[in-house]
Structures are given as C-alpha cells and as structure tokens.
Design a protein around this ligand. Structure first.
Ligand code: NAD
Ligand code: MG
Length: 394
C-alpha cells in the first residue's frame, strides 16, 4: 500500500489522479490533498477519499474550510494552511508518492521538497522543472528519488525508452525525439485574425480538457516550448534533438527515433488518466478507466512542421534554452503574467509573445546555480512583464 499526496488536487490533473487512485484502493491510500482556494471541491474530495491531511493555501478560505470539516463526518482530517504546508505534506513519512499538479511557479518549492525527501515524484507541473532545471534534476539524483513524467508527451517518451531507463540519465542510442503537438485551436486560423481571439476561444482545446493556463499555453504553443525544455532536462538531450511535430489527432503522444532507424511511438486516446495510471502503476500496469483506442475510428494520422511565425512562443522557448541560465525561468514567469492578463482581457492574444520577448530582452541572464537566483529572476520578470502590460494599456 502506497501513501499518495496530491498537490493541486482540485485541478484537472488532481481530479484525474483521484479517479485513477479510487480504482485501486488496495494499492493507494490518499494521505494528503491540497488546493489553493477551491474549498467546495476540496471538501467533496475529502468526503470521498478521507485523507489524513488537507491543505488550503489561502488563509481566509482555510478558516472557512476548517469549520466545514469540523462539522462533518471527516472531522479528524488535519487542516493546514499557507504555502509552507505544501512542503510539509509533500515530505510526510507516510507519503511514498507525490503527484505534483499545482499549476505554475507556485508548485516549485513543494515539488522540489518532495524530490529532496526521496519521494516518487509524479511530475505534471512542468513550469517547476523549466524554472529550476539542473537544480531539480540534481535533487532527484542526490536523493535517489524516482521522477516519473505525467505530461502525456514525456510519459510517452519515457515508455518508448529502454526498459531499464531512468529519467535524467543518457538516453543512449536515441537520435532524437519527435514531440507531438495538437497545434491547438488556432492551427489553421488566418494569422491576421489571431489578434482578436477571445479567452473563451483560447481555452476551448480541440482534444484535451485541461486547466485554463495550460489551455492558453496550448493555443500559443508555449506549452510545446515548455515541454521541449522539459524534455531536454528529463531525457538529457540537446534542444536540436527535439523536433516538434504537429499531429492534430493527438493519438500518438510522442516518438523516440533511435540510431538504427527504429521509431517507437506511444498511442492512446487523449485522456490524462493513461499517463497518470502508467506512472502510478510503474513498473507494473493497471486499469486507468480510459476508453481503449479504436484504431478504426482514428482512420488517419497527419503530421506537419510547426510554423514559427504563427507560434512565436515556440521560437522564444528555443531561444530561452539556448541562452540558458535563468532565461527559462524568465520565459516562464513572463508567460504566466501575460496569460493571466490575457484571461483578464487586459491584453490581446498576440500580445503574449510580445511581452515575453521584451522581458527576455530586458533581463540579463545569470547562471542558474542557486534557487535564490532563480526565484529572484522569476520575480524580476513578473515585475517587468506587468510594466510592459501597463504600457500596452496606457
Ligand atoms: P488546474 O488549473 O486545473 O489546477 C491547478 C491546481 O493548482 C488546483 O488544484 C489549484 O488549487 C492549485 N493551485 C493553483 N495556484 C496555486 C497556488 N498559488 N498555490 C497552491 N496551489 C495552487 O491545472 P491543471 O490543468 O490540472 O494543470 C496542473 C499542472 O499540470 C500544470 O503545470 C500543467 O501544465 C500540467 N499538465 C496538465 C495537463 C492537463 O491535461 N490538465 C496535462 C499535462 C500537464
Ligand atoms: Mg503535454
């Protein structure tokens, strides 16, 4: 029986993780669930899964949540608050595996704490890895932790790697990775219309049902940019070894191209419970609840090269990793602020890459050798991005 902590339990990945865990109650026990502020969803999850701990980061909401819990049949749940509590539950001795499913930079410290504590880290929170890079990978190696990718593409790559492969080691005999992308909702929209895209259109992804931030990232293809950086780190590859491939049907979740000419692909329906179940059962397999793939329904698969003029965010991600140091953290922070502003209708969809590029031009890269310098550059980029947004609106 393994103890599971879910960071970001109320989000899209968190909900799918609980769905998978509930199918295997003899294998997984829910130790801790965390949420930022959605206490109604967290309370329902507590009733259904009865964890030992529940964290509500927002202090006001946490008080309200404590009241609800105290007056319920799950009054024995320990309720904690504040962002430090995320690290506390991620490192509890009774926790074996941590699902890192907080969105954005807020997930960095608890995910890193789990890695340092030697937990099996199921990593959905790509932003944490993009920001901290080698620091994260070194923490995993030093603690002897297992790092299992949840992002469907990286999970696919992991599955196509040799059986004894461990993330962060050399993918021997691998020539390159074919990182697939759906291309999002605006793959075929005339470029001049992209300035008028609304948040509602941007979050309506054709194949995947996801949180708002990653849905916008998919529409700009920054998601693929972050994933390219994530793949370089997880699989010790150079950016030029990662070829992004637009594959609108989202049936192949990525491919590994070996030196002998073999290309291995992982396929399945676009359902995040598949990579989640893979990582939770690893090195075994178990039922995920996902519908089996009907290859006859798929009928055809298309592949095309991404257009960097249409998707400047992808170009910026390649630029950030080639500059290196703190630049991926700057890219990520500027993107988080720009996406938030777009969702708030403060800027246009096409302003997102403009803001990120100006941030990258303004902030001078430093070596990313401490967490302090990374967090400092993350904060700096947020300030600069907000200034640029204010200028756009003035
Ligand atoms: P979501 O917006 O649906 O959920 C985010 C979760 O994070 C929520 O539980 C929320 O309470 C928590 N959270 C948000 N801000 C927080 C803060 N400041 N402090 C603590 N907790 C906070 O997001 P999602 O779609 O589930 O994505 C989660 C992560 O997984 C992201 O990094 C995303 O890129 C990655 N991912 C998601 C999918 C997907 O299909 N949804 C696929 C691949 C990767
Ligand atoms: Mg993905």
């Amino acid at each position: 029986m393994k103890g599971l902590c879910i960071l970001g339990a109320t989000g899209s990945i968190g909900v799918s993780t609980l769905d998978v865990a509930a199918r295997h109650p003899h294998l997984y026990k829910i130790v801790a669930l965390t949420a930022n502020s959605n206490i109604d969803a967290l309370f329902e999850q507590c009733l259904a899964h009865h964890p030992q701990y529940a964290v509500v980061v927002n202090e006001e909401k946490s008080k309200e949540f404590q009241q609800k819990v105290s007056n319920s049949v799950v009054a024995d749940i320990k309720v904690l608050t504040g962002s430090k509590a995320l690290e506390e539950v991620a490192t509890l001795p009774e926790v074996d595996s941590v699902m890192a499913a907080i969105v954005g930079a807020a997930g960095l410290l608890p995910s890193l704490a789990a890695a340092k504590a030697g937990k099996t880290v199921l990593l959905a929170n790509k932003e944490a890895l993009v920001m901290s890079g080698d620091i994260f990978m070194d923490a995993v190696a030093t603690a002897g932790a297992h790092l299992l990718p949840i992002d469907s593409e990286h999970n696919a790559i992991f599955q196509c790697m040799p059986a004894d492969y461990k993330t962060g080691t050399d993918g021997k005999q691998v020539r390159r990775i074919l990182l697939t992308a759906s291309g999002g909702p605006f793959r075929e929209m005339p470029i001049e219309q992209m300035a008028d895209v609304t948040p509602e259109q941007a979050v309506a992804h054709p194949n995947w049902d996801m949180g708002k931030k990653i849905s916008v990232d998919s529409a700009t293809m920054m998601n693929k940019g972050l994933e390219m950086i994530e793949a370089c780190l997880l699989f010790k590859l150079l950016p030029e070894q990662i070829q992004v491939v637009i594959h609108p049907q989202s049936v192949i979740h990525s491919m590994v191209d070996y030196v002998d000419g073999t290309v291995l692909a992982q396929m399945g329906n676009p359902d995040m419970r598949i990579p989640i179940a893979h990582a939770m059962a690893w090195p075994e397999r178990f039922d995920s609840g996902a519908k089996p793939l009907n290859i006859f329904d798929v009928r055809r698969m298309d592949f095309e090269e991404p257009n960097l003029e249409r998707f400047p965010c992808l170009r910026l991600a390649y630029q950030a990793i080639s500059i290196g140091g703190t630049m991926p953290a700057v890219l990520n922070a500027a993107n988080e602020i720009a996406v938030e502003a777009f969702l708030d209708r403060q800027i246009k969809f096409t302003d997102i890459p403009v803001i990120i590029e100006r941030c990258m031009d303004t902030i001078v890269r430093a070596a990313a050798d401490t967490l302090a310098v990374i967090l400092e550059h993350d904060q700096h980029a947020r300030v600069v991005a907000k200034q640029i947004i204010a200028e756009i609106n003035s």
